[in-house]
Design a protein around this ligand. Structure first.
Ligand code: SER
Length: 585
């Protein structure tokens, strides 16, 4: 059975519209590096914005979570995973949601109802107990003994600290050949969670205050890897149809067996990471390995994969990685067509990063062994860790992992301080370079950054004061700016916006900044995107008296440095959000 297809068809037959996955790199949320749940890209619609495809949706979302990175190598954890979900945006609620879940599980996935149990919210902190869900489950044949009431930690769902949220009801499957116990026990690990139905009816602000949303929503999430293992009756995810061919290929290129326990963990890590690498580098956000943010995670994944390939005696300079990546692209392009489009980009990312790292890996490992042999005590100090990073390209996590294998510790805190000092030094160095007028890395990006503030201010003046920045993305070639707006800009609006930005550039307005408390910044009317994500002390950048925004910088000193501003494209980004691509020439 094709599980994804069965799920999607089932909900299409119940009036749901299939929507393609959003990026694994969030498009309009600079506060999170990755999409970690299916609901993340749908937040505006859970909050009441109209979705162009209607009020019933079904999807399979690309998700990536870094918190489990160190756990990869066991039978169940993954960095990248897929989440199936059905959505009601102010349409149906608990009654249909529970009935649909049970119908799919018992009629399409053919799970005997006796093997299912559920948990529901017991009520806490003035949010009432969810008797309604419990009664619906009972009505559909789940016995009282298979229903368990748990508190907020288990049965209340929210992403991060604030946002749309609500009580949830989780569905468990009895994964064992033992007779099914008559009563569900949350501490019995033979019961595994397979599906989560969240009844999103509240909004929680940063202070934990809960208010009802304008509409009642359903957000469900079913992990594809987990349900596949359950339905295929495998106690190791890597033995399911999802991974079998990938593992076989790794066995082939390494001439080792997955069942040889000396190699199992390395093979799982390679399989998991290669898929994640393909998904991150194949995303339309075009992430490249780097030393910050998503680029750093991508770099870590690639370097870790290479190091584990070495432990399997794979010739790392052969095209083992390209073969595996191609396999993954072929397997997943049906749902994620960007992978096909970005195939060359993905392969180039792998090849370039490998070329960089393979030159130093061998030497770095030798250096590491030398250090260990001469080590007094059991801690790798900050200077050693920094040398491995700076000279041999070992991400600190790799050094930690190598140390851990030898029962050693690393002074990671010390490393981080040294790293920061080093960064500050190189920042001062490059600032000096800018002053000297040399076009160094980052000059053009800095200009675009300032242009973003001008564009934001111009749109407010030309379109209306309700325009707010929803996201931005800058490369050396162009800037992209997403903003809330309920209509396609007219030619006149575009022309006026362009003229206004150029007028401000020509006026040579000074760009200044000031550090102040967040409160004071807000009172002074400074613009910002996600106020709760800023620290108490913030930097406010002003451009003449036309723009004032909370921002980390850097910016040019005077708008006259920007050149000529030109809008290349104005298009829809998502419902209620428009996107402008512009250049400085
Ligand atoms: N948001 C919920 C989860 O991630 C259900 O999709 O589990």
């Amino acid at each position: 059975m094709d599980i994804k297809e069965t799920f999607i068809k089932f909900f299409e037959n119940k009036g749901h519209k299939y929507i393609p996955s959003s990026g694994v790199i969030p498009e309009n949320d600079p506060t999170s590096l990755f999409t970690t749940a299916g609901m993340q890209p749908l937040v505006p619609y859970l909050m009441g914005a109209k979705h162009p495809e209607g009020t019933r949706l079904v999807d399979v979302q690309k998700c990536f979570r870094t918190n489990d990175l160190d756990a990869i190598g066991d039978t169940t954890h993954h960095t990248f995973f897929e989440m199936l979900g059905n959505w009601s945006l102010g349409d149906y609620f608990k009654e249909e949601s529970i009935a649909y879940s049970l119908e799919l599980l018992t009629q399409k996935f053919n799970i005997p109802i006796e093997k299912l149990a559920v948990t529901v919210f017991k009520g806490e902190d003035n949010i009432p107990r969810d008797d309604e869900s419990a009664n619906i489950w009972k009505k559909h044949g789940i016995s009282e003994d298979k229903i368990c009431y748990l508190g907020k930690d288990d049965n209340f769902w929210i992403a991060g600290g604030s946002g749309p949220c609500g009580p949830d009801t989780e569905i468990f499957y009895f994964r064992s050949n033992d007779p099914v116990p008559s009563k569900y026990d949350p501490n019995d690990e033979r019961w595994v969670e397979i599906w989560n139905n969240v009844f999103m009816q509240y909004y929680m602000d940063e202070n934990g205050k809960v208010t009802p949303l304008s509409q009642k929503n359903v957000d469900t999430g079913m992990g594809v890897e987990r349900i596949t293992a359950v339905l295929e009756n495998k106690d190791d995810n890597y033995k399911t149809s999802i991974w079998q061919d990938v593992i076989e290929k790794i066995e082939e290129v390494s001439s080792k067996s997955y069942d040889d326990e000396n190699y199992t963990k390395a093979m799982r890590i390679i399989a998991d990471h290669i898929r994640a690498i393909v998904m991150i580098s194949g995303d339309d956000a075009k992430i490249k390995p780097s030393n910050t943010d998503q680029g750093y995670i991508l770099r870590r994944l690639i370097r870790r994969t290479i190091r584990y390939a070495k432990t399997l005696d794979i010739d790392i300079n052969s095209d083992w990685d390209i073969t595996l990546a191609n396999m993954i692209i072929d397997k997943y392009e049906k749902y994620y067509s960007e992978l096909k489009r970005n195939r060359e980009v993905i392969l180039a990312v792998l090849t370039n990063e490998k070329t960089k790292f393979s030159r130093t890996l061998e030497k770095g490992l030798r250096e590491f062994n030398k250090l260990v042999n001469h080590l007094k005590g059991n801690t790798i100090d900050k200077d050693m860790a920094f040398k491995l990073y700076d000279t041999y390209g070992f991400p600190i996590e790799l050094t930690e992992e190598l140390a851990h294998e030898q029962n050693l510790k690393v002074d990671t805190e010390g490393f981080k301080e040294k790293f920061k000092e080093h960064q500050e030094k190189s920042r001062t160095a490059s600032a000096g370079k800018f002053k000297g007028g040399l076009a160094g890395d980052g000059v053009i990006e800095t200009k675009y950054h300032t242009a973003t503030h001008l564009l934001n201010a111009a749109l407010k003046e030309v379109v209306n004061q309700d325009v707010h920045q929803m996201g931005s993305n800058i490369t050396a070639e162009r800037m992209r700016f997403d903003f809330s707006c309920d209509h396609k800009l007219t030619d006149e609006e575009k022309a006026k916006t362009e003229q206004l930005v150029n007028k401000w550039i020509n006026e040579g307005l000074p760009v200044t900044h000031e550090i102040m408390s967040k409160d004071k910044a807000l009172k002074s009317g400074a613009e910002c995107m996600f106020i709760e994500k800023y620290p108490d002390e913030v930097t406010v950048y002003s451009i003449g008296d036309i723009s004032k925004e909370l921002c980390g910088g850097p910016h040019v000193q005077n708008t006259s440095e920007l050149g000529h501003f030109k809008i290349k494209k104005e298009e829809s980004s998502s419902a209620g959000v428009r996107r402008i691509k512009a250049i400085l020439e």
